[in-house]
Design a protein around this ligand. Structure first.
Ligand SMILES: *[C@@H]1O[C@H](CO)[C@@H](O)[C@H](O)[C@H]1NC(C)=O
Ligand SMILES: *[C@@H]1O[C@H](CO)[C@@H](O)[C@H](O)[C@H]1NC(C)=O
Ligand SMILES: *[C@@H]1O[C@H](CO)[C@@H](O)[C@H](O)[C@H]1NC(C)=O
Length: 411
């Protein structure tokens, strides 16, 4: 009798004790490192507060918001710049967190005027100083635009990262359209780069992001060995590592080379967060490709709450085993079998042994068929994936490459 009463007292006190501990822990929040909910500038100043987010409990990623300026590259398209800045202002919630810096080449009065009219909504306008004549051999004179772009990027990236001293920046161009969650996407994904040193950039673009080739899953992201650009995040660390080799032209193809990339990847979305506006037709590379392809890239309109979305599946150690087993679970088919039987299949692999075979498969699937330094657009470890009917198709080397460069002749 007495002992049951004592037992009850013990049990009741024990339960209360447990409840108290749980309450205490939940009030403190997990993990409880100080200042998780504060935003720090690149130089360490606290500038802002954000409500704590509970994914911190399961994620190794820091929830500290880092100041990420948007650096807009422009030249002589006043209307494009006007529309682009207006679009950024529409989606920007926090001017302190995402100040806009406009970088202007060309010394074009109308474009300078557009930038100035935004007043203090633009934090700074960089005008490229006279960097002297470009020495271009006569046979490359028609490529002068690409030389100018490389010089412009070289100058302004260095200025923003090393003189203004930002730790990382979001890079856009005046002809880009942006999704409503464009800025949140970078803000939430930036901490991944600190945890996973095999990631060097985050991009908003999917080179194969056209209707029917993508799954309309706005939260789906991938690792990619191919640098997509077109709305992307660059860190000072990466820039300073490669800047001594900066090229005189075609900087984007240069950054895709193994010497710069060193087997690191970019994160890219399934559904792009940028589109190219009709103003992009008047670009250096001409309008033909715009009409035939670029304008068809689907730009996401279904905003994701990135801050409360777990993106840790993109960390290499977690991603690779899932990636491999997903692909290995799919039957191997030929491209002609595929069209006939895909109706009720979930996924398939189509194998290629060399670049020529890849091109034939890509053309049949209706996706981009080009390679830069042995890496196909959007490829990860040699695998390019897209939707075909209702199935996911993996265009896979005969043996999935362990590295990003593939070894096509051996495959
Ligand atoms: C969309 O992608 C995410 C990330 O891979 C996944 O967790 C989620 O289940 C997907 N949603 C649908 C509806 O397939
Ligand atoms: C890049 O900029 C640096 C200065 O930051 C300069 O010394 C170098 O010559 C530039 N390189 C090219 C290829 O423009
Ligand atoms: C590709 O494979 C061949 C044959 O296995 C090998 O000799 C060559 O070194 C490999 N190349 C690379 C870049 O891995």
């Amino acid at each position: 009798m007495r002992s049951t009463v004592v037992n009850k007292i013990f049990i009741t006190t024990g339960v209360f004790f447990l409840i108290n501990i749980i309450l205490l822990l939940s009030i403190k929040g997990f993990p409880s490192s100080a200042g998780r909910d504060e935003l720090i500038s690149p130089r360490g100043r606290l500038v802002h507060r954000e409500p704590p987010v509970n994914v911190a409990a399961v994620s190794p990623l820091s929830k500290v918001d880092v100041l990420l300026p948007i650096v807009v590259f422009a030249c002589n398209r006043p209307r494009a710049l006007q529309m682009h800045i207006e679009a950024l202002l529409k989606i920007r919630k926090d001017p302190q967190l995402n100040p806009i810096i406009v970088s202007l080449d060309c010394n074009d009065p109308a474009t300078i005027e557009v930038a100035k009219k935004f007043g203090d909504k633009i934090k700074q306008i960089i005008q490229l100083p006279n960097l002297g004549p470009l020495h271009i051999v006569p046979s490359e004179q028609q490529l002068v635009g690409y030389y100018k772009i490389a010089r412009h990027y070289n100058y302004s990236l260095n200025y923003v990262l090393n003189v203004l001293n930002y730790e990382a920046i979001i890079i856009t161009e005046d002809d880009l359209e942006v999704s409503p969650d464009f800025l949140n996407y970078f803000q939430a994904l930036y901490p991944l780069l600190k945890v996973d040193k095999t990631i060097w950039c985050i991009s908003a673009w999917n080179d194969n992001g056209i209707d029917k080739k993508i799954e309309r899953n706005a939260s789906l992201l991938h690792r990619s060995d191919f640098f997509p650009g077109l709305g992307w995040l660059l860190t000072r660390t990466f820039f300073n590592e490669v800047k001594h080799r900066w090229p005189r032209a075609f900087w984007d193809d240069w950054v895709r080379k193994p010497e710069q990339r060193r087997d690191r990847v970019c994160i890219r979305p399934e559904v792009a967060r940028t589109g190219i506006s009709p103003e992009g037709k008047r670009g250096v590379s001409g309008g033909q490709f715009y009409d035939s392809y670029l304008r068809k890239i689907i730009k996401n309109t279904d905003p994701i709450d990135w801050k409360s979305t777990d993106v840790t599946y993109l960390i290499k150690d977690r991603y690779d085993p899932v990636f491999e087993s997903r692909i290995n679970a799919c039957p191997v088919m030929t491209i002609s079998d595929l069209a006939a039987t895909i109706g009720d299949m979930k996924c398939a692999q189509i194998r290629y042994g060399n670049e020529k075979e890849f091109v034939a498969i890509a053309d049949t699937l209706g996706i981009m068929n080009d390679f830069k330094d042995s890496v196909a657009r959007t490829a990860y470890r040699g695998v390019v994936q897209c939707r075909f009917g209702r199935a996911r198709v993996y265009v896979t080397p005969n043996k999935i490459a362990s590295k990003g460069y593939g070894n096509l002749t051996a495959a």
